[in-house]
Design a protein around this ligand. Structure first.
Ligand code: SAM
Length: 280
């Protein structure tokens, strides 16, 4: 009964996929697996679970993202704590990690330096640290609030996977400013949305995710272009810089990065999503 009513409320609130969302929230609130809830119904839930579910529903009806309500999101097969202080890591950003790992697999240096600039929750930095534990990984963010979340994730990783997390160092600062080069790999999922487009986004993003994580200025390129200049100064001689972008930004980036050869990679939707710059 609780599920039917919840689905109806989410549907009225305009939440996409209300049935799956209601089931997911109820599973979280009750600690009972979705399959079991579907098979046995929700009549036997205790008051504590129903109260938690009601609280979660009120937030979701207000279009707060599911990941903030349950407090976690999976990225690259790992679970990360997330809340309103950080952007929720997106599947398309896994491409940055894949390309970084591909390059690191061929790098002969003993302990390459990888910088995740605009690290947010620290998801990209932690994913690289787990899969390439021989690297030194720094996550930079200008937001002290975001870095607090990155610290939580770094510590959870350190606790769960011998010493991997110990290789991620969250640092506060502007772009690559706080990092001494040479840097071998830069991963940059910086804010890249044109400012005017933000209010038109779905409420989960536009109303709830940090503006500091989304707003890339008039054409979305303010931070990317500045970071390109930093990368030009600090990248090692054969280093790699990866930028997540909007497709229309490719030309401006290729023009600015006079120091690099530029390759463009598409996301699963077939859109140009990552620019890879190799120092010439
Ligand atoms: C789009 S979010 C990406 C977060 C994370 N890398 C991810 O992919 O989930 C961009 C991040 O860049 C940070 N940021 C914004 N301006 C910055 C700056 N000037 N220097 C460093 N980080 C910045 C924001 O605080 C935010 O955490």
């Amino acid at each position: 009964l609780a599920l039917c009513e919840a689905r109806r409320r989410l549907s009225i609130a305009g939440v996409p996929e209300p049935r799956a969302e209601a089931l997911g929230l109820l599973a979280w609130a009750s600690g009972i697996r979705r399959e079991a809830l579907l098979a046995h119904g929700d009549d036997a839930l205790d008051d504590g679970a129903l109260d938690r579910f009601e609280g979660a529903m009120a937030r979701r009806v207000g279009r707060e993202p599911f990941a903030y309500i349950v407090g976690e999101r999976e990225f690259f097969g790992l679970s990360f704590s997330v809340d309103r202080r950080v952007l929720i890591p997106r599947p398309e950003s896994e491409l940055l990690v894949e390309l970084a790992l591909e390059w690191l697999g061929t790098c002969t240096r003993e302990s390459p330096l990888v910088v995740d600039v605009g690290t947010g929750s620290g998801a990209l930095a932690c994913a690289v640290a787990v899969h390439a534990p021989w690297c030194r990984v720094i996550g930079v963010d200008v937001s002290v609030d975001a870095l607090a979340v990155a610290h939580v994730n770094r510590r959870a990783l350190a606790a769960s996977s011998s010493d991997h997390g110990a290789h991620v160092r969250p640092v506060q600062g502007d772009l690559l400013g706080p990092v001494a080069g040479p840097i071998d790999v830069v991963m940059a999922n910086l804010p890249y949305l044109p400012r005017e487009s933000i209010d038109g986004l779905q409420p989960e993003v536009g109303r709830h995710e940090p503006r500091l994580a989304l707003d890339g200025g008039r054409d979305g390129l303010d931070l990317i272009l500045r970071c390109l200049d930093h990368a030009g100064e600090k990248l090692a001689s054969d280093g790699l810089a990866l930028f997540e972008i909007e497709p229309f930004q490719v030309d401006a980036i290729a023009q600015r990065a006079t120091w690099a050869t530029c390759t463009v990679h598409r996301d699963l939707a077939g859109l140009d999503r990552v620019v890879a710059l190799r120092r010439r």
